[in-house]
Structure formats: structure tokens, C-alpha cells
Design a protein around this ligand. Structure first.
Ligand code: AMP
Length: 283
């Protein structure tokens, strides 16, 4: 069932809650691929009812980012959700979510601001304000849908850690369910933004997963020194790759690691054909 308004979703969820049914929420920006599909399948398996939100959230895009050209494929997305067994596709307009255009400025809109320590690093460093937009819209979706469970991909690991922190700090009554990264056979992590890459760009983009896998192999062989592990990565880069960061951080609180251990996540962001790609691996 495709719904566009908050009132319709609330009404439906109210019915379900009356019947004592559990509700799962899968927040997305659409252009659904097998990564999203795996989250929706998890929700359908775990919960009595599943809501998939499809909303390209303007307040999480920074100036100069791809808000206008972000792929929008609602018809296909709705069909996929139906096939998997989702109960509602909630696709609000920007005006439904942010009724006053002027509210897109944080002079006028109430924002949920995650802690500085969590956002002043990794993607938050180049995408200033991005996680404010994410936390704000996810909070709104939680208030609209009131899910028992919400499903997020480990592909966006910093986002997942920040959202877990938000739920804990604000006592939001929802269980966050992390879902593993879905990859192409080649190793490339699925992303709606892969659509921007040429065939050759897709080949060049394999360097992210190759670097991460190689670091994990070296770590398993006993190399724990982070500089030595980073060196193995640098030698795999060429002029088609513009590295934004390669960092070793604690999986619980994003603190920088001094030596690699089993609590470490390796994060990478780099540009291929000016498309910003991210990936990560747990050691
Ligand atoms: P997006 O539509 O990019 O905002 O993503 C919606 C949700 O799908 C987020 O929780 C993402 O982490 C998750 N997701 C995106 N790509 C993947 C992937 N390749 N594997 C697993 N989850 C993913």
C-alpha cells in the first residue's frame, strides 16, 4: 500500500497497534537495490507489519551535493516492496515532512543534533550538517510510524553508530537492528550512487573493497600496526582514485584506534569519477 501522508500512516499503524501487532520500519531514500531488499526482508521476517519509507531528505544534503539528481524510482520501489511483502510504502513529499519551505533552515526547524565527537570525523568532516539532517528525519519517522524495530545497514556504519547513540540518549523506544553490507559478486558494496559510475568507474570502484579485504588479511596474519596496514592500502591506489579518508576506529564510539584489534572498524571514503563512495570492514 503506497501512502503519501503522515495522517494515513498514523491511522493504519494505530489499527495494527490495537491488534497488538509489531511494526518494523526500514528508512530509505529509494532507488532500491538488493542492499535495501535485505533490510526489508529482515523486517518482514521479524515483524508482523513492515513500513518502508522512501524519502529523499533534503536536509541531509549539503550545498553542492546531488539532491536534485539523486535517482528517484518510486514505481519500481513500490513494486519491489510489494513483492517482498512490505505492508506500507510511505513516500511523503518534502512539503509533507517540512510544511514550511523556510523551515529547511535551522533557524526555523527543530533539529536533533548528534554529539560533536561522533560527527566531527569520517563522513561528518566533509558533509557538515549531514548527520543533523539524518537524525532529525529518522526521529520524525520514528514519531510518525512508532516502530518496535528499525533496520539500518552497516554500509553506513557511522550513521548506524550515531543513530544507536541517539536512541540511547533520548530513550526512544525502538530496537535498532544492524544489517550486514550487501555486495556485488565483484565485492563492490551496493549503493544507489553506483548508478552515477561508468563501466570503467565501477571497475575502479572495486579498490575500496579490495583495500579493506587486504587490510583484514594482513591483520589476520598478525599485522596490528595501523601505519603498516595503511601502507598496504596506499600502494593499491592510482590516479583514478581520490582518497578522502582511511581510518581505524572503535566500533562502539568511533574513537581513533592506536593499534588494530577486534573492536576495530576500518572506514574508507574515496571518489571515483567524482562519485563519493564509502565502505567499511570489521576486523
Ligand atoms: P539509503 O537509501 O542510501 O539512505 O539507505 C537506506 C538504508 O539502506 C540505510 O540503512 C543503508 O545503510 C542501507 N543500505 C544501503 N546500501 C546497503 C548495502 N549495500 N548493504 C546493506 N545495507 C545498505
Amino acid at each position: 500500500m503506497l501512502l503519501h501522508t503522515i495522517a494515513e500512516v498514523r491511522e493504519q499503524v494505530k489499527e495494527w497497534k490495537k491488534q497488538g501487532l509489531t511494526v518494523g520500519l526500514v528508512p530509505t531514500m529509494g532507488a532500491l537495490h538488493n542492499g535495501h531488499k535485505s533490510l526489508i526482508e529482515k523486517s518482514v521476517a521479524k515483524c508482523d507489519k513492515t513500513v518502508v519509507s522512501v524519502f529523499v531528505n533534503p536536509i541531509q544534503f549539503c550545498p553542492g551535493e546531488d539532491l536534485d539528481k539523486y535517482p528517484r524510482t518510486l514505481d519500481e520501489d513500490t513494486k519491489l516492496c510489494d513483492t517482498i511483502g512490505a505492508d506500507i510504502v510511505f513516500a511523503p513529499s518534502p512539503a509533507e515532512m517540512y510544511p514550511d519551505a523556510q523551515m529547511l533552515s535551522n533557524d526555523f526547524l527543530t533539529y536533533v543534533i548528534p554529539p560533536f565527537f561522533y560527527v566531527n570525523k569520517l563522513c561528518g568532516k566533509s558533509r557538515v550538517g549531514h548527520f543533523d539532517g539524518v537524525c532529525t528525519v529518522v526521529n520524525k519517522l520514528f514519531n510518525i510510524v512508532q516502530p518496535d524495530f528499525a533496520f539500518f545497514g552497516e554500509k553506513d556504519r557511522q550513521q548506524l553508530i550515531i543513530l544507536k547513540k541517539m536512541v540511547k540518549d533520548l530513550n526512544i523506544p525502538v530496537d535498532i537492528i544492524p544489517c550486514p553490507i550487501v555486495r556485488e559478486e565483484s565485492g563492490l558494496a551496493l549503493s544507489s550512487r553506483n548508478k552515477y559510475l561508468s563501466a570503467n568507474g565501477k571497475k575502479e570502484a572495486l579498490v575500496l573493497s579490495k583495500i579493506l579485504n587486504n587490510i583484514k588479511i594482513c591483520y589476520n596474519k598478525g599485522i596490528k600496526d595501523i601505519n603498516a596496514l595503511k601502507e598496504t592500502a596506499y600502494s593499491m591506489l592510482n590516479e583514478n582514485h581520490s582518497l578522502e579518508y582511511l581510518e581505524f576506529r572503535d566500533k562502539n564510539n568511533l574513537e581513533e584506534k592506536e593499534t588494530a584489534d577486534s573492536d576495530t572498524i576500518v572506514f574508507i571514503a574515496l571518489r571515483v569519477e567524482d562519485v563519493r563512495l564509502i565502505d567499511n570492514i570489521e576486523l
